[in-house]
Design a protein around this ligand. Structure first.
Ligand code: C2E
Ligand code: MG
Ligand code: MG
Ligand code: MG
Length: 274
């Protein structure tokens, strides 16, 4: 038995849990230097029009080329970065890197960058985003910022005004993983949002012969809700041709997923564009 936190709580000693905790702390501590040394990099995943199959945008997805542990996906370190606050400089680095990259492609698609809740709560967010756009010379209308429902719905006062000021810059706002959080629809209509991204967990259940499945009905309702609010609909996690066909039939505007391309290096996007 070991005493935890010096408080009156006791936990049994669990070597596996201990090892996981040490790995977490090791990664967490290594992150600031990793950002300095540019061990992070960005992969891009095409977002494709369901009407004509053209590439309309890309989502920027951060990865970590760890010298010891190899390539780490965001699920391994974004949560840690949120806890320590490193997500703020890391998120801005992803934004600047992907805007610079997008200007190098033959054509500049809409670049969609994820924002963590922690970033939205940061007083300097709008000034920082605006400084990057100016420094890079990036057209704001080609930038989309993705926030999850929990990052948005919790926003009142300052953060909500931050969203408004971002939208005023001409930047698009998308709600990520829509349908998985607690959306307050009455609140949604007052937000400066331009697009909804339907979570892959709903798309997964779309199958021919299951056109009336619960997931199909949910997706239909989400698309209809989005269009009523004059929002664009992007379906995530599209893996099969039949999912794409059903989504097109339901009226989703664009799609993203392994059917089209996995997230990859800038060269992959260049090939899509030419
Ligand atoms: P997300 O923003 O919802 O990104 C979509 C995730 O779905 C990505 O996972 C992508 O690789 C994956 N995906 C794409 N197509 C398919 C498919 O057809 N099937 C399946 N099963 N998955 C697919 P990834 O790259 O591991 O990123 C996970 C999450 O990490 C992201 O979810 C996002 O919430 C977060 N993230 C990634 N980059 C950043 C970043 O720069 N900043 C912040 N704050 N979060 C980030
Ligand atoms: Mg996203
Ligand atoms: Mg998503
Ligand atoms: Mg997500």
């Amino acid at each position: 038995w070991a005493k935890v936190d010096g408080k009156n709580r006791w936990a049994s000693y669990d070597p596996e849990r201990n090892a996981r905790e040490i790995a977490r702390i090791t990664l967490s501590n290594a992150m600031p230097a990793a950002l300095e040394r540019e061990e992070f990099y960005v992969d891009y995943q095409p977002i494709v029009s369901l009407t004509d199959g053209t590439l309309v945008g890309v989502e920027a997805l951060v990865r970590w080329a760890h010298p010891e542990f190899g390539r780490l996906g965001p699920d391994r370190f974004i949560g840690l970065a949120e806890e320590t606050g490193l997500i703020v400089p890391l998120g801005l680095w992803v934004l600047e890197t992907s805007c610079r990259q997008a200007l190098k492609w033959a054509r500049t698609p809409i670049v969609s960058v994820n924002l963590a809740a922690r970033q939205v709560a940061e007083p300097d967010l709008v000034a920082d985003v605006s400084a990057i756009i100016e420094r890079v010379g990036f057209p704001p209308s080609a930038l989309q910022l993705e926030l999850t429902e929990s990052a948005i719905m919790g926003t009142t006062g300052e953060p909500l005004s931050a969203l408004r000021r971002l939208a005023d810059l001409g930047v698009r706002i998308a709600i990520d993983d829509f349908g998985t959080g607690y959306s307050n629809l009455a609140y949604l209509r007052h937000l400066p949002v331009h697009a909804l991204k339907i979570a892959g967990s709903f798309v997964e259940g779309l199958r021919v012969g299951a056109a009336d499945s619960v997931d199909a009905r949910i997706v239909t309702a989400l698309v209809s809700l989005a269009h009523t609010l004059k929002l664009d609909v992007i379906a995530e996690g599209v893996e099969t041709g039949e999912q794409a066909e059903l989504l097109r039939h339901i009226g989703a505007d664009s799609a993203q997923g392994w059917l089209y391309a996995k997230p990859g290096p800038p060269e992959d996007v260049e090939r899509w564009l030419t």
